[in-house]
Design a protein around this ligand. Structure first.
Ligand code: PMP
Length: 361
């Protein structure tokens, strides 16, 4: 039996995709072997690899002047690779500190170049993203790094700050959930294990021209240009997540692509936020309304003593993964692209029932 899985990542994938994988995993299209058993230079895998690259480009509307790269090491390795490649002598990296993931990106950048915090939400308890006028850019800044969606804190940039420097964004937890104005960005990266695939792969989209001035004195795997030159086959790629992602992308295309994912995300998250806002203070959102994430809805129960019962009752109804991150507590519903509306409706109904039962008790 399938339940509704609100886990923050790895997270729910489309059932149709899992079923197709199940049907193909032992004998890939009459080859007599699994896709994960064959050479990554074989024609069968090559077709999957190219199709995945093409679909990312097509669905995300990526212009020709960008390259799409598949790199192992997750988003975490990109925290290092971005400054390694781009913070050459004299260049500064500006970072917006919106919470747990942004802080990690800043910490790693400081190992590889001159990185500074251009705005921090720490004093506000990371409850909002900044407006452009609040971000302090210094002379010599090469890029402004944003965490487009803070998976743990539940805040999201709805508008991209205009500060005069190119943007770089970690989109791990809202990848392909809305169209992107590519002219504003030099590089976008993220782990795929929320909206796109099983874990084991980072998707990196990089403006080709910025690599001309990138650092060359790096081990090959850390150089973006090495991945560009080899079409993301510099070494053995993570075949399984790429293979599943190709299917997820086709699933997305059949449903209307990224614009349809954006509409669905607004509808699904809107339902849970409405349930919170109309609960007369029984449920609380700690997030500024304008910064509320459409992917990770973070909320609390005003009486925290009720939370264990809430989580147990939800699990009994097949609503799993609702416990907030251990660093912040509370509850969190992660509503990625593959979460059906019915899952969110079931959660909203349960929240209302739990409230009325708790008030009566
Ligand atoms: N950035 C964000 C916004 C994330 O949510 C995560 C993972 N939850 C990471 C980075 C780290 O990703 P990975 O585990 O792929 O290294």
């Amino acid at each position: 039996m399938r339940i509704f899985n609100f886990s923050a990542g790895p997270s729910t994938l489309p059932l149709e995709v899992l079923e197709e994988v199940r049907d193909e995993i032992v004998d890939y299209r009459g080859s007599g072997m699994s896709i994960v058993e064959m050479s990554h230079r074989s024609p069968d895998y090559d077709e999957v690899h190219r199709s995945a690259l093409t679909l990312v480009r097509e669905l995300f509307g990526i212009p020709d002047e960008f390259d799409v790269l598949f790199i192992q090491g997750g988003a975490t390795m990109q925290f290092g690779m971005v400054p390694m490649n781009l913070l050459t002598e004299g260049a500064l990296g500006a970072y917006v500190d919106t919470g747990a993931w942004a802080s990690k990106a800043i910490g790693d950048a400081a190992h590889h170049g001159d990185a500074y915090t251009a705005w921090s939400g720490e004093d506000d308890g990371y409850s909002r993203v900044p407006g452009p006028e609040e971000i302090e850019i210094r002379g010599g800044t090469r890029y402004l790094h944003l965490t487009s969606n803070e998976t743990i804190g539940g805040i999201q940039f709805r508008e991209w700050p205009e500060t005069g420097v190119p943007l770089i964004a970690d989109m791990s937890s809202d990848f392909m959930s809305r169209p992107i104005p590519w002219d504003r960005f030099d590089l976008v990266y993220g782990g795929v294990q929320k909206n796109l695939a099983p874990a084991g792969l980072a998707l990196v989209i990089v403006r080709r021209s910025i690599l001309d001035n990138a650092e060359q004195d790096l081990a090959a795997y850390f150089r973006y240009s090495a991945h560009v030159e080899k079409g993301s086959l510099y070494n053995t790629p993570p075949v399984f997540p790429i293979y599943v992602m190709e299917k997820v992308l086709r699933w997305m295309r059949n449903r209307g692509g990224v614009p349809a994912m954006e509409t669905a995300a607004a509808e699904k998250s809107g339902l849970i936020y409405r349930t919170i806002d109309e609960s007369d203070g029984f449920y609380l959102s700690p997030i500024d309304v304008a910064s509320r994430s459409r992917m990770n809805v973070v909320f609390r129960i005003a009486d925290p003593a009720l939370e264990p019962r809430f989580l147990d009752g939800a699990a009994e109804r097949g609503l799993s993964g609702l416990k907030g991150h251990r660093s912040v507590g509370g509850c969190r519903a992660s509503i990625y692209n593959a979460m059906p509306l019915e899952g969110v409706e079931a959660l909203s109904e349960f929240m209302e029932t739990f409230q009325s039962q708790s008030v009566l008790a």
